[in-house]
Design a protein around this ligand. Sequence first.
Ligand code: ZN
Length: 404
Amino acid sequence: MVLPVKRWFAIAFLVSAIAITQTTALAADDWQIIKVSGHDYLSVDNISKFYGLAAEVVSVGGKTQLETVRSPLEFVRGSREVMINGARSWLCFPIIENDGRFLVSRTDLAKTIEPLLRPQRVPNAGKVETVVLDPGHGGHDKGALSRYGSEKDFALDVARTLRPLLQAKGLRVIMTREGDYFVPLEVRAQIANAARNSIFVSIHFNATNDDPNATGFEIFSFTPLGAPSTSDGAVAPSSLSTQPGSAVDAQSMALSACIYHSMLGHIPEFDRGIKRARFAVLRLTKVPAVLVEGGFLTERGESQLIAKKDWRVKLAQAIGAGVESYVALGVKKQPPMLVADYRRENKSPPVEFVAPEADSSLLDLLGDSVALSPLPTPAETPLPVPQQQPPQLPASLESAVIVP
Ligand SMILES: [Zn+2]
C-alpha cells in the first residue's frame, strides 16, 4: 500500500510546518492542530484569528434567527451547520467541544471554510470557457411532480432561459438535453468532461415525502474524500468514507458559493444551505460541478411560484448572475458579491441581469475570455474582510484529508 507513506509524509510535513511557525512567530498562520481521538481539529478561535474575522458558536436555538447573521462565521454548537458570510453551509463533521474550546475538523477548514470564505483565492477558480447546463430528468423520467407540472419541464425551461443570458456574457453554453428526452447521467457528465475549461450546472427542483411544508433553495457539490455527505447520518470521523473525492473540490465549492449567494440574494427563499452529495452527475464530472435545487414542488406555495414563468426567469437570471460572479473570480481576484450585497442592490432600483450589446470588433480583439462585463466591485459594498489579507492556508492544511 502506498498510502501510509504519503500519510507519514503529510504528518512529517505538518509537524515541521508547525515548528517553523512557532519559532518565527508568524501570528497569522500559527495553526494549532488539536488531536481528538486521532483526528485533526482546529479551534474556532484559531480560525477566527487566522482570517481576522469574528467567529462565534451559537446554540441550536440560535439558528431560528435566519436573517440575523452576527458574524461572518457562525457555527452551531454540536452541529454541522455553519453560517458563512450570511449563507447556511454544512460542514462535513460537526464541531465538537473539547476542554472548553470549540473545534472544527481540519477537513472542513480546508474543504469547506476556506473555499467558501475566500473563493477568490481558489486556484483556477473562474477559469471558464463553457458552461454545461444540465436540466435534470427528461423523457420517461419526469422527476418530481406538482399539480402544475413536472420537474423535467421546469428544469428545462430554466436552462433554456439561462442559456442566452450566459451566451450574451461571452460564454459558450452546451445543454445536456434540449428537449423532453432522457439522457443517461454518465453521458451528461461526459459532455462536461469533453468541453475545455467547462463548468457543470445541473438544474433541479426538490420534493420530499417527509415534510409537506419543506421549502427553500439548496445547492450541492461533490463530497470530499473521507467525508460523509450532508444527508448521511453517521458523521463521526471514525466512520470515514473511503469513496474517492474530486480534484476540483475547491472550485466546485467556490462555484456553489457564487451561485447560491446570488440565488438567495435575488429571490427571498428559505436558505437550506450549501451541501455535499455523491450524486452521479457530481461524482462523474471531472470539472467544477454543482447541482441546484430551485425550490420544492411538494410545497403548495413554492410549487405555485415554480409554475410561474416570470419566477423561473428570475431564477435563471439569479443563477446566471452567480455564474458571472464565479467567472469574475478568474478575472479579478476579489471576493464575490454576497447575499447581503445582492439584497442591498435589489432594494434600490432593481438591477436586471441585462446583457449588454456585444461589440463584435472588441470581442474579436480581446477574445472570449475578457468578454465578460465586470461585476460591481465588492469595494462598493464593504465586506467584513480584515485589513491585512491573511496568507494562504499552509499546504499541509490545504491538502487536508484526516490523518488517522
Ligand atoms: Zn431532480
